[in-house]
Design a protein around this ligand. Sequence first.
Ligand code: ATP
Ligand code: MG
Ligand code: MG
Ligand code: MG
Length: 469
Amino acid sequence: MTSLADIRSTFLDFFARNGHEVVPSSPLVPRNDPTLMFTNSGMVQFKNVFTGLETRPYRRATTAQKCVRAGGKHNDLDNVGYTARHHTFFEMLGNFSFMDYFKEQAIPFAWELLTRDFGLPKDRLWVTVYHTDDEAAALWRKVAGLPEERIIRIPTHDNFWMMGPTGPCGPCTEIFYDHGPSVWGGPPGSAEADGDRFIEIWNLVFMQFEQFEDGRREALPRPSIDTGMGLERIGALLQGKHDNYDTDLMRALIEASAHATDGDPDGPGRIHHRVIADHLRSTAFLIADGVMPSNEGRGYVLRRIMRRAMRHAAMLGAQDPVMHRLVPALVRQMGQAYPELVRGEALIADTLRREETRFRETLDRGLRLLDEELARLPEGADLPGEAAFRLYGTYGFPLDLTQDALREKGRGVDVAGFEAALAEDRARARASWAGSGESRDAALWFDLASRLGSTEFLGYDTEQAEAQV
Ligand code: ATP
Ligand code: MG
Ligand code: MG
Ligand code: MG
């Protein structure tokens, strides 16, 4: 069986052979980019190279980039455990051309690697192109010999990438693998596209325009290429699996989770093990890159991920902290490719143990309260916002943890009610602060800090400016 480690090196070697510099992954906390919560694609470390602000001694690069998508525009947290293809932490394999080659080489590179080096069957591959991108469609016909019906023209922003409100942008082409009719889903652009039958494996972005503030969009004199392929997704294919969580690496973590809890990786606790395996990775990599659990900003996203995993461990009947016991399995799987995990092993395990020990003190009581509240509600009704707020304020349950717990029971939360309760609580805190004899400036500061709250100020319009491959 080809391991994920082998696939990673086959990818990097292929592009190195084709003149690309192998560049190490950048950290999960982006340097010099306050608009972004976490590195969420391979291009993040090259943003300034694409805009021309920075030059490098190479024009072609290839990376295996650590990515986290658990906040901001790309938030896959709620998908984890439920879809076959989403993680909060994953590795994105990419090749980049900085004003060097363009579509006419990027498409053949991708096709050759997938069908020759990786040996994927050609008749399972489908592609999308932006509806006006005749060039890309023609290349797919010529290079891959794809029939017209497997080159799907998409008119939406899914196939048009923008770095931000201004700057480089352009059409993209996405490559999909068809798992066949035994899995529910339809081709991209169809009504069943959100199923798991057609899985997107690779996204190639053609940066060929520059968007200006006044709305003008002009052709760049020297276009660039940015691509991203999920290692776990291509790994599943090459290991003959449909599900990312059945790959060697994820499977080892799932088994470690089962070993530490109910002993059955495929039993009724199956989803819990998937979530635990995923969240273990994002937690460990975030801590290794210097993020610590806290009540705001990046640290709060980490705390939410950790507590969510801990609730899933509790659902498996674990009486004592579990997560820290899984760290050695992760280091065994990934420590060689990511030595920061080895360096950070003790800190990661300690942080997990401390957080889980602390959260355990309120977790069981919070879960009991949740059950009591649900018992009192009419069948199928949403949890009132005020109850969700009590779980948050008294028991340390982040809202998304409560939502995740309710999802298993087919219920939701009255989110507007939760937010109203939160706002009221802050207003009360502000009033008592204002009455404490502190200066008016302090009261204003408190107001501002509480309005920005746990989301942290990340610069201008984070939504807009976030990079997407
Ligand atoms: P999807 O539509 O499946 O959510 P995407 O279009 O959001 O994927 P891109 O932003 O194009 O993904 O990222 C490039 C590649 O990274 C994808 O083609 C996929 O292989 C991989 N990828 C994206 N998100 C995830 C994730 N949450 N977990 C694992 N792999 C991912
Ligand atoms: Mg996505
Ligand atoms: Mg997509
Ligand atoms: Mg995509």
